[in-house]
Design a protein around this ligand. Sequence first.
Ligand code: SF4
Length: 219
Amino acid sequence: MLSKKDTQYAVDQMGEMFPEAECELVHENPFELLVAVMLSAQCTDALVNRVTPALFAKYKTPEDYVAVDLEELQTDIRSIGLYRNKAKNIKKMAQSLIDDHGGEVPAAREALEALAGVGRKTANVVTSVAFDIPAIAVDTHVERVSKRLGICRWKDSVKQVEETLEKKIYKQDWSDAHHRMIFFGRYHCKAQNPQCQQCPLAFMCREGKKRLKGVEEHG
Ligand code: SF4
């Protein structure tokens, strides 16, 4: 398993590779970000960004989402995967913002997580990106990269991955580390075709060592 020092080194290297790493979901305020993150579950940010300009022009407040018929909202987001459920959840979330938070998006992770339709990952992204509160949201990229590198165990749950990353990365770096790991996973340590031969972390990566050994043996 990678030590705290090695983990910090890996995250720093990812920062060298992707200094521009940041949230790729286009938004102008915490409410738009919350909707965009909810739409992005099991869907690419690029696809969400194609839908949100028209969506955000039409729906500006939680009241707008509550007022619209479910079918109409579903039609507005139908090019996005799981759109039926996502529309339902967005309407529920909007209603809970009105009921419990005066129509404003709360900053605290616990309060976000308590909103209908909002899970831990979404809450972490919003709290970190919109409110600058350190948090590590574990998505598919963060989980894969953490496990391949050996920061976490293969069998760890998403919650355990998050807890381990919080222990092994300095708190002031949590939010940056989250974005760097996403970019690193999205563009370099890809699910299907990780670029181990050009990876500056291969020397410390358990998965990379295995893959490169395979290349040597077969090459
Ligand atoms: Fe990913 Fe390969 Fe780099 Fe390991 S060596 S981090 S598996 S690209």
